[in-house]
Design a protein. Structure first.
Length: 361
């Protein structure tokens, strides 16, 4: 098991990745909390709840169940969860455990950071993308209409405990969706992780926690290192948005019904790489390696039928747009990205159309 430490301005906390990580919750004294709640989804808790309770040895956790999927990431469910906490005696010395993927982590973190102006919470991520990315760093948020993560906070958890064993029950598509974020971290961190992915990507399976654990820990370290240097996204942390500017637009234009988040980010990384090549920022050989690795993860729902003009209209809604100028995260090479403002819209649209028109084998 790998222990990583986030050293941010607001707090210092551990991220544990590996088999048996759940037992680390025992390091928090149960007696420090009046009540403990677990926010989760019904099917996930049915599959793993008893094993989690045996690992942490806390018998009196009350579960709060929300529906599976993006619809739970809303102000409606913030109110519902907060109301349930209140009804069952949650106070300022309560603990909320977010046991689930990115939706549960974002919703749970937002509720915890705002309930009675803030209570402690722990992230127990159960998907690849949550274990290497979204559960780390204290970003919380819910959607408003089709605007993703429009309302949120930055509130660090007390602890992040990621056991890859829980990934065994993920379906193949959800697992692959998370691997796109691992690839993103490989692009950001450099050749060591990137080459490891090029070599071992085809052997990564949700049922093989022994092989997954060390690789997920490497990917998580990328996020830990960035967050430790820029918790509030003043500058450096924006590099983690590689692929997200186009990706969020792809999600929004399809009303969040076609893509899993990682799939949209995958197309976003391919389009951002095409844009970087057009802008003269990256060599064709490096761009080809990035695109090839993204494509090797697996089949992605198509984008060739999406209206390019509509996608372009949505790009200014991205949270990285400041003063009407999109701040693109574009790769310069494997291991280095650049934040660029002022890219002409026509160039971005040409890159998008190029990706849409390419015949992918």
């Amino acid at each position: 098991m790998k222990r990583l430490r986030v050293r941010a301005e607001s707090n210092t906390y551990d991220v544990l990745v590996g088999r048996g990580a759940w037992r680390a919750l025992r390091t928090l004294k149960r007696s420090s909390y009046t009540t403990v709640f677990v926010l989760t989804e019904k099917g996930l808790w049915a599959a793993w709840g008893k094993k989690f309770e045996r690992a942490v040895q806390w018998k009196d956790c009350r579960t709060v169940i929300v529906p599976n999927g993006e619809t739970s990431k809303s102000l409606k469910f913030v109110e519902r969860v907060a109301g349930e906490l209140l009804a069952h005696g949650a106070d300022r010395r309560s603990l909320l455990i977010a046991f689930g993927g990115g939706v549960i982590g974002d919703l749970g973190g937002f509720v915890a950071s705002t309930y009675m102006r803030g209570i402690d919470y722990v992230q127990v991520p159960t998907t690849v993308v949550a274990q290497v990315d979204s559960a780390i760093g204290g970003k919380t948020g819910v959607n408003v209409g089709l605007a993703k993560n429009l309302v949120g906070t930055i509130a660090p958890p007390r602890l992040v405990i990621a056991d890859p064993t829980v990934l065994a029950t993920l379906d193949k598509r959800t697992f692959r969706s998370g691997l796109y974020e691992v690839v993103k971290h490989g692009i950001l961190s450099g050749h060591r992780l990137f080459r490891q992915l090029e070599t071992s990507l085809d052997t990564l399976l949700p049922s093989n926690a022994r092989n997954l654990g060390p690789l997920l820990a490497q990917a998580a370290k990328v996020k830990v290192d960035v967050v430790s240097r820029d918790e509030g996204e003043a500058g450096l942390r924006r590099v983690l948005n590689l692929g997200h500017t186009f990706g969020h637009a792809f999600e929004e234009v399809t009303r969040y019904r076609r893509f899993l988040h990682g799939e949209a980010v995958a197309w976003g990384m391919i389009a951002a790489t095409a844009l970087a090549r057009r802008a003269g920022l990256i060599k064709s050989t490096e761009a080809s390696r990035i695109t090839a690795l993204v494509r090797r993860v697996g089949e992605i729902p198509p984008i060739n039928d999406l209206g390019a003009e509509r996608v372009m209209d949505l790009l200014p809604h991205d949270k990285k747009t400041v003063g009407g100028r999109i701040h693109w995260v574009l790769p310069e090479r494997i291991g280095k990205v650049r934040i660029v403002a002022g890219i002409p819209a026509a160039m971005a649209e040409s890159a998008l159309r190029e990706v849409q028109q390419t015949r992918w084998s």
